[in-house]
Design a protein around this ligand. Structure first.
Ligand SMILES: Cc1cc2nc3c(=O)[nH]c(=O)nc-3n(C[C@H](O)[C@H](O)[C@H](O)COP(=O)(O)OP(=O)(O)OC[C@H]3O[C@@H](n4cnc5c(N)ncnc54)[C@H](O)[C@@H]3O)c2cc1C
Length: 493
């Protein structure tokens, strides 16, 4: 996703506008202070001969996963960190750009980002702004409210986020990483000991474009719903939307409301799937323990969860069905696509559909090899196809190239010993789902971030073991000093 600087920035009203939000922020500060134990510093800055600063952790991506990771690390006193996001403030993630939906699919009671501090929940934030009754009446969290909440969290927690900073390349360099970053109109090189890839679902490959469309139509005749464009461009157009997931209907609804002349939506299946199976995973048992299951169990569970794509919400269906210029075509997989003059002609198994433009709602294509910042070492990352050794079968094709992660989100090596730096990169995004359980969605956050944080802290303890040992061996602080019954300190204080 490229930056959206041309758009008006979502503005969060200052806290003083809402006296109860000011009170909530005071309560948050008090909570954080009360639960501040142990507050002692245990990490030491790394010295570089050239004096360059080395961050302990750089988190790439300032969406809800990146912000939560940063908060969790800071609570564990790993505070020498930085979050980078390519977008301007308020435009991180899909909410103000390519989501094109009025509200979140997640239920309003969802928690995760607050790390157990009830005053940091969406509910506390919303009640402080709008009142208790308003929260009771709220059906769904709108994208604007979610954006406002993320901006508020980031501010109230003083999370170190640098916006408009795109990481172009990650290079292992001894026991640290070098990151080539484009920040506004200048280039930066940043150094870090650990990397958290909280860069969302699109970074690992990008939107999926079927070959029939790519080969059959000029690039001016189609776009993907995950591309960055103004919805106004739908006005007056005859659109052919391909896909049957939530994004297909959200985009069709947006187009119709904006004044599209006609929308034809092509669905490969004979029906829209009834069940959003991912919802069945929203249990403490599944989310909390999935990552500890063996390989066969994880494949079995995830194959069941993903046996059909997530359907649209009932609100998305209601949004489009009332329009007379909306037509849905079932059992209509693509056969071919061509131009006839300025007109797009898409041939399906049910016949021909004509329009001005194709809008693809075909999800994203996961590919480590197409992920530019890690191109240099993507081939060294172990995937499920390299590791899975089911006695009674082979790994399903669609899982073969999905990264096979360690139990704390870290990459693992395809050839043991060949790329030890990989264990210091944490893959905290949708591509972790098969290894770790639902990742990226808000509902899995609370369990995922705990594992991530323990993994990062544990790896620092291992790497710095000699220094940690020395810290205890050289500990020299006693309130008993000077008392006649007490031994004399061996080293002067
Ligand atoms: C249309 C849509 C609707 C969704 N609705 C819901 C929902 O209602 N509820 C739910 O739980 N989940 C939903 N999801 C799934 C998931 O929660 C979202 O994808 C969510 O945004 C994931 O959060 P994140 O922090 O992992 O990534 P993102 O929110 O995508 O944030 C990642 C950020 O990293 C930035 N980035 C990427 N590469 C780089 C780079 N190289 N350098 C710097 N920055 C970079 C991205 O631009 C982005 O700002 C939805 C997903 C989509 C696509």
């Amino acid at each position: 996703m490229t930056s959206t600087t041309t758009m008006e920035k979502p503005v969060e009203a200052p806290s003083s506008f809402y006296p109860s939000l000011v009170a909530l922020e005071d309560a948050v500060r008090r909570d954080l202070e009360i639960l501040d134990y142990p507050s002692k510093r245990w990490m030491r800055p790394q010295e570089r001969p050239d004096g360059a600063h080395v961050h302990d952790v750089i988190v790439i991506g300032g969406g809800h996963c990146g912000l939560t990771a940063a908060f969790a690390l800071m609570r564990e006193r790993i505070a020498n960190i930085l979050v980078l996001d390519e977008n301007p403030v308020g435009y991180e993630g899909p909410w103000q750009t390519y989501a094109r939906m009025p509200d979140l699919r997640t239920r309003k009671a969802v928690t995760g980002m607050e790390l157990g501090f009830s005053n940091l929940t969406f509910r506390a934030y919303y009640e402080a702004r709008e009142g208790l009754a308003a929260y009771g009446e709220l059906k769904r969290i709108s994208c604007d409210e979610w954006t406002g909440y993320l901006i508020w969290l980031r501010r109230v927690l003083s999370l170190p986020v640098q916006n408009e900073s795109r990481v172009e390349k990650i290079t292992p360099d001894g026991n640290i990483f070098r990151l080539d970053v484009v920040h506004g109109d200048r280039r930066q090189t940043l150094l870090a000991r650990r990397i958290v890839l909280a860069w969302g679902p699109l970074a690992m490959g990008g939107p999926y474009v079927p070959d029939i469309i790519r080969n059959g139509l000029p690039s001016t005749a189609w776009r993907h719903v995950y591309d960055n464009f103004e919805s106004e461009t739908f006005k007056g157009k005859r659109l052919i939307v391909i896909g049957a997931g939530a994004s297909a209907f959200d985009n069709a609804g947006t187009a119709l409301e904006i004044g599209a002349a006609e929308v034809n939506l092509l669905v490969r299946r004979p029906h829209i799937p009834r069940l959003s199976l991912i919802r069945a995973t929203d249990t403490a048992g599944f989310l909390g323990t999935y990552a500890d299951l063996d390989d066969q169990q994880r494949i079995a569970l995830m194959s069941e969860v993903q046996r059909n794509p997530s359907p649209p919400t009932i609100r998305s269906l209601n949004r489009v069905e009332k329009w007379p210029n909306f037509h849905i075509h079932f059992s209509a997989p693509l056969v071919s696509a061509r131009m006839e003059g300025a007109e797009v002609v898409v041939q399906t198994q049910q016949g021909e559909v004509r329009g001005d433009e194709v809008l693809l709602a075909t999800g994203f294509a996961f590919s480590l090899q197409k992920c530019a910042p890690i191109e240099g070492f993507a081939g060294q990352i172990a995937c499920w196809g390299d590791r899975y050794s089911a006695a009674d079968g082979v790994v399903p094709e669609r899982y073969r190239n999905v990264p096979y992660l360690g139990r704390n989100y870290q990459f693992t090596e395809k050839t043991p010993g060949a790329a030890p730096f990989l264990k210091h990169i944490y893959d905290f995004n949708q591509s972790a789902t098969l290894s770790m359980g639902p990742t990226g969605r808000v509902s899995g956050l609370k369990y995922g971030v705990r594992r991530l944080m323990q993994g990062v802290a544990g790896s620092f303890m291992q790497e710095d073991f000699t220094r940690q040992l020395a810290l205890i061996r050289d500990y020299n602080d006693s309130e008993l000093d000077g008392h006649p019954w007490v031994e004399k300190p061996t080293v002067a204080k």
